[in-house]
Design a protein around this ligand. Structure first.
Ligand code: SF4
Length: 376
């Protein structure tokens, strides 16, 4: 396996054997201006291991139990050619779909490799889009591709693309429960964003194949268990807002080639693993990470394994980004928590563009000082 240094060199040389989960892409798109994350993702680094070794482990991702439950539910939904899934899709669309073909695209003609699988997916979907009449078909594990930061990345989704009548739908299978018709809003939002990356990848594929991207539905199916059992329920969700937002964020992502120019020579994310044990001095690793510009936001804690390191860095430097847009908007003209505190205490003379904010901060501090039992 290549080290992260070798992968960075490969990126510099224009090679691009990248692979991301849609979850990673959603995380990247959530903070499109962060060069640190973009570079680590671009070279396929294990951010969780790097953060832990640098001294900032961050609890991130699903528990082994949740992962196991997710895989078991997906297998159940797809068994027997997706018969359970099909019954749900038929009901959700209100269509009398009788005959449905099932095509597994992860083992087409035993071909392996992302590019070969991507080409197979293109061929299968092109045939489905151009053949008339074409039966309803479930496509399992298509290989998709997206241009991110000027480079193609491959997506290996656990999804089914479902073609019925002339439209293709993305079907996302998740194991969080729907109880009395309700599910956790945050989990639904995350699943919808994830499915939206597949919609964008399919739209781009169709455009490249000279097919109409409008053949990809902008509504996605979310298939979840009913209650705490294993009975699947399919819900059709309008994802237009998420698709538009993700497209905009993907377009804003800095080009990886430009980011590579920022790196000083010799910078590395390698852990120097010897017999399964990282031997790189943690301070040195953290120092290299800090050489890459980051843009910490409170939302980082939900989508990036490096959040502990970046939050510590933001706190140490007094960055107001730590507190989110509500605070930075209110404190326009003040770029640092140390300055904000000094203005609130009256120990710093405000510049012309800080006068209004300074007055507000002085007033807030006066109110705070009158609170009973306050700690000075
Ligand atoms: S946690 Fe750090 S590296 Fe990750 S997106 Fe946020 S600022 Fe960037």
């Amino acid at each position: 396996m290549k080290s992260t240094t070798e992968r960075l060199d490969a990126l510099r040389g224009g090679q691009q054997p990248l692979s991301h989960s849609a979850r990673t892409l959603v995380g990247m798109a959530a903070n499109p201006g962060c060069a640190r994350r973009a570079l680590l993702d671009a070279c396929g680094a294990d951010k969780g291991k790097i953060a832990a070794h640098a001294g900032f482990p961050w609890p991130f991702g699903q528990s082994p139990f949740a992962l196991g439950r997710g895989k078991a539910f997906e297998a159940l939904v797809k068994e027997h050619g997706g018969s359970l899934l099909l019954a749900q899709l038929r009901q959700a669309l209100g269509l009398p779909i009788e005959e449905v073909a099932y095509i597994a695209l992860d083992s087409v003609a035993d071909r392996i490799g992302q590019q070969a699988r991507y080409r197979d997916t293109c061929s299968a979907l092109w045939r489905a889009a151009t053949r008339r009449p074409s039966p309803a078909t479930l496509y399992d594990h298509p290989m998709l591709r997206l241009s991110v930061g000027g480079q193609y990345v491959y997506l290996e989704p656990d999804l089914v693309a479902f073609k019925v009548e002339d439209l293709f739908y993305v079907v996302e299978i998740k194991s969080f429960p729907v109880i009395d018709g309700r599910a956790d809003g945050i989990q639904i939002a995350a699943a919808t964003k994830q499915a939206s990356t597949y919609v964008i990848a399919l739209q781009d594929m169709f455009t490249d194949l000279n097919l109409d991207p409008a053949l990809i539905s902008t509504s996605v199916f979310l298939v979840t268990p009913k209650g705490f059992g294993n009975t699947p329920v399919a819900t059709l969700i309008d994802a237009r807002k998420e698709i538009t937002m993700l497209r905009r964020q993907l377009q804003r992502m800095d080009r990886v080639a430009d980011l590579l120019d920022l790196l000083p020579p010799g910078l590395s994310f390698d852990l120097a693993v010897v017999e399964d044990t990282p031997t790189r001095p943690p301070q040195e690793l953290a120092g290299d990470l800090r050489q890459i510009p980051a843009r910490y936001r409170p939302g980082c804690t939900a989508h990036c394994e490096l959040a502990g390191l970046c939050r510590d860095e933001a706190r140490t430097s007094g960055s107001l980004d730590l507190y989110g847009a509500e605070v930075t908007d209110v404190l326009g003209g003040v770029d640092n928590a140390h300055t904000a505190l000094a203005l609130a205490e009256g120990s710093q003379t405000p510049s012309d563009d800080q006068v209004d904010v300074a007055r507000t901060l002085l007033h807030a501090e006066r109110l705070r000082s009158q609170l009973p039992g306050r700690v000075a």
